[in-house]
Design a protein around this ligand. Structure first.
Ligand SMILES: [Zn+2]
Ligand SMILES: [Zn+2]
Length: 243
């Protein structure tokens, strides 16, 4: 599998940046994990929308879905002039008012995400686990038969994520808040907690993401190194990682 980071900031981007969006490819199959603000623009640098086989939104916070509200025009308007396929869009169905605003001219074929109900797209099997976050949020586990990639979505510390990420070849984990800013109610992981989960889950490789734009990246890396001593990287926009 091939993972390209389309945006790695949250909950708003740094100058020239984009929020959560990750393109995962297996051969000709392409799926998009999250579609935050700025992601449509970066996605179009690497492929056409017609090539996308499915989109998965971990949750409906704006930094993970805002560009769906724009992508619906990119697909829906063109549908009047040429045959463009609807893209299957999988998301939490908790907020139906919001879900109903996401479509335009059948740009998307909308499906609800359900824990324990994996979705198969060509050679990829995609599974979901509920995370601890203020709204309905799912971690996403993708396997291609032999390799496994797990995406934490947004979450506070939870042991369920250790189990869900177990033995992943690549664990893409949010690290939205430094230890010094963490409180009991913070709905995010610190880099140190991300490292702890990765260590307990015995993952091969940890890639941190969802960076608050005001933080220094070296602080994030240093914190994660305290709790994880295998292969660790900070996600970089437009960089591709092979799983
Ligand atoms: Zn977020
Ligand atoms: Zn969130």
């Amino acid at each position: 599998m091939k993972l390209t980071v389309l945006g790695n900031n949250g909950p708003y981007p740094k100058a020239g940046g984009a929020c959560s969006g990750y393109l995962l490819e297996e051969g000709e199959t392409k799926i998009l994990l999250d579609c935050g603000n700025g992601v449509l623009s970066t996605l179009l640098k690497v492929c056409d929308l017609e090539e996308i086989d499915g989109i998965f939104l971990s949750h409906l916070h704006s930094d993970h879905m805002a560009d769906i509200l724009i992508m619906k025009y990119a697909i829906g308007i063109n549908k009047n002039n040429k045959p463009v396929k609807s893209i299957p869009l999988y998301l939490p169905m908790e907020d139906m008012d919001l879900v109903n605003r996401l479509n335009y001219n059948d740009a998307f074929e909308i499906h609800g995400i359900e824990e324990g109900k994996p979705v198969d797209i060509n050679d990829l099997s995609i599974d979901f686990k509920k995370m601890n976050h203020p709204i309905e949020t799912y971690g996403i586990r993708v396997k291609n038969g032999e390799k496994v990639m797990v995406y934490s979505a947004d979450t506070s510390y939870n042991e369920e994520l250790v189990t869900f990420a177990s033995d992943a070849d690549l664990f893409l984990c949010e690290s939205g808040v430094l230890e010094e800013d963490l409180t009991e109610t913070t709905p995010h992981l610190s880099p140190k907690q991300a490292g702890e989960i990765a260590t307990k889950a015995n993952v091969e490789r940890l890639i941190l993401t969802h960076f608050y734009p005001e933080y220094r990246l070296d602080k994030i890396a240093n914190e994660a190194q305290e709790s994880f001593d295998s292969e660790l990287e900070l996600s970089e926009p437009m960089k591709t990682y092979f799983v």
